[in-house]
Design a protein around this ligand. Structure first.
Ligand code: DGP
Length: 114
């Protein structure tokens, strides 16, 4: 745990959140500023600052996050599809430096970024 990290504090229960999923390695909660009817942040419990820090030692946790994405999407009724977004670093628009994936859905999403 990084004691200066907002998301580590949420995972640890020091800051409240609306949890939607938890297992040994992954935690997921609703975004405070939802951009769609379903907007869940899915993250590894282990503090990894951003996607540029993914390596051979920790990449399995990314797979675990995407296993959770599939489970949450099913539980949230997103059979028609959804979008997963990761912002990395300053130019990528990342505001909280704990690796996380935005799971967004529940409506027809607008214009693609790429
Ligand atoms: P990003 O910009 O990709 O780093 O996304 C950070 C997201 O985290 C942003 O969509 C808002 C959300 N967020 C920030 N602080 C809190 C909080 O205290 N609680 C919850 N639930 N979400 C938060």
């Amino acid at each position: 745990m990084d004691h200066n990290c907002l998301f580590c504090k949420i995972i640890n229960g020091d800051i409240p959140s609306t949890k939607v999923y938890e297992d040994e390695d992954v935690f997921a909660f609703r975004d405070i500023n939802p951009q769609a009817p379903v907007h869940v942040l899915v993250l590894p419990k282990k503090h990894i600052a951003c996607a540029s820090q993914i390596n051979a030692e920790n990449s399995a946790l990314v797979g675990k996050c995407f296993e959770a994405v599939a489970k949450i999407a099913s539980a949230e009724g997103l059979e028609k599809g959804f979008r997963v977004i990761n912002n990395c670093g300053k130019d990528g628009g990342q505001s909280v430096m704990h690796l996380h994936f935005h799971l967004i859905g529940g409506r027809k999403l607008s214009e693609k970024i790429i």
